[in-house]
Design a protein around this ligand. Structure first.
Ligand SMILES: N[C@@H](CCC(=O)N[C@@H](CS)C(=O)NCC(=O)O)C(=O)O
Length: 217
């Protein structure tokens, strides 16, 4: 199996967490042509985003779709609970992360530089991100795992998103962006020490810093 995309991407990280948990070997490559918009990469993933997965004759974009494929293809060490309602809660948490946190949060990327920042746009992005975090806080079941007492696909997806919550919100003077969300705050610290998720977060940190340093030089 091959995964396209860098380890600092929260969406690549979510797929890597699932593969590491299940002990599935994989190759990881950056998009051919050095860009998600290269012709070669668009042939693999017409959406033009990372990750993409190629597994034999199967090619899939979209991290959540890839994670569900991995879960079904490799049923060992399940990442979806046996209980139907709990599976619904895992998917709900991931949807809240993808739609109600990531979308407003990523709208803040063009606003990171205070010199060129447009206040109205950053206020909207900040308010949206915080209301997404409040929703997530409400849906989180515990402080150790998002749902139930074991690692699930929600724990593959949410910690990498929280990594970027810290990075982005710090540019707006909010160095403790989870302080108002006690469950999420405790969960973040627990996940950063978790055997699999902690390693994925460390990989994000290392590769993200390297990317920023390369961009600055
Ligand atoms: N919904 C997609 C989101 C993927 C995504 O936004 N990836 C970003 C990197 S973190 C990307 O590829 N951006 C490049 C671009 O938009 O050109 C998923 O879950 O896979």
């Amino acid at each position: 199996m091959k995964i396209y995309g860098p380890s600092f991407s929260p969406f690549v990280s979510r797929v890597r967490a699932a593969l590491h948990h299940k002990g599935v070997a994989y190759e990881q490559e950056l998009p051919p042509g050095g860009s998600t918009r290269s012709e070669d990469y668009l042939r693999i993933n017409p959406i033009g985003k990372v990750p993409a997965m190629v597994d034999g004759g199967v090619t899939l974009p979209e991290s959540e779709v890839i994670c569900e494929y991995i879960e079904e293809k490799f049923p060992q060490k399940p990442l979806l609970p046996a209980d139907l309602a709990a599976r619904g809660r895992v998917r709900l948490i991931n949807r809240v992360g993808d739609i109600y946190i990531v979308v407003p949060m990523f709208s803040l990327f063009p606003q990171l530089n205070p010199v060129t920042r447009q206040k109205a746009l950053s206020d909207t992005g900040l308010a949206g991100t915080r209301s997404g975090l409040a929703l997530l806080e409400g849906f989180m079941e515990g402080e150790e795992f998002a749902v139930g007492g074991e690692l699930t696909l929600a724990d593959c997806a949410i910690p990498p998103i929280l990594f970027f919550v810290h990075y982005i919100m710090s540019h707006f003077g909010d160095s403790e962006p989870l302080a108002g969300y006690p469950k999420l705050d405790a969960y973040w610290w627990n996940m950063s020490k978790h055997q699999i998720c902690g390693r994925i977060l460390d990989d994000m940190d290392t590769t993200f810093k390297a990317m920023l340093a390369a961009r600055a030089s």
